[in-house]
Ligand binder design. Structure first.
Ligand code: PRP
Length: 179
């Protein structure tokens, strides 16, 4: 375990088993379709790569990078698009792949945006769900793990851009982010 982790929350094996299970459920829903699978950079990259390998339907891959306007703690504005999709979503069945849903700001706004752009359907797949932090009216259609409100790192998730490459989900030691 990395020295900056307090403990491992989800092991590589737990991640592999549950992601396979969820991906197979999603796959059944898309038989005969050709979804556009949208990864939200950067946190989702490892989950995304593992998830899509279990889909048997033909898929197209695309990515977006978004953030909320301003750096304040209150997310009141709309999404700022740092990198937009290459594809036109009009008429497409879109699967949005996210590492974590927290307040729900990102996914609530993103889903609204994709529907506004004419997507035929938008289904949200998340690796982690911090239900108790929710402020916006949005739920994932598929979620791998419900977690407590801990500072999690690894498997794509960062603290100050570090730890994304850890192969498991760990809890960051408190003294590293508390003054
Ligand atoms: C994280 C995460 C979601 C968002 C969730 O992204 O990947 O996009 O925050 O929070 P919310 O539900 O309160 O909107 P972050 O801005 O940390 O970017 P990153 O994926 O590049 O790490």
């Amino acid at each position: 375990m990395h020295k900056d982790c307090e403990r491992i929350m989800l092991t590589e094996e737990q991640l592999r088993t549950r992601i396979t299970e969820v991906a197979r459920e999603v796959d059944e829903r898309y038989q005969g379709k050709r979804p556009l699978v949208v990864g939200i950079l950067k946190g989702s990259i490892i989950f995304y790569a593992d998830f899509i390998r279990h889909l048997s339907c033909p898929v197209e891959l695309d990515f977006m990078a978004v953030s909320s306007y301003g750096s304040g703690t209150v997310s009141s504005g709309k999404l700022k698009i740092k990198k937009d999709l290459d594809k036109d979503v009009r008429g497409r069945d879109v699967i949005v792949v996210e590492d974590i849903i927290d307040s729900g700001f990102t996914l609530a706004n993103l889903k609204a945006l994709l529907l506004e752009r004419g997507a035929n359907s938008v289904v949200i797949v998340t690796l982690l769900n911090k239900e108790e932090r929710r402020e916006y009216d949005i739920e994932p259609d598929y979620n791998c793990f419900d977690i407590e409100n801990e500072f999690v790192i690894g498997y794509g998730l960062d603290y100050d851009e570090q730890y994304r490459n850890l192969p498991y989900i760990g809890i960051l030691r408190r003294e590293l982010y508390e003054g």
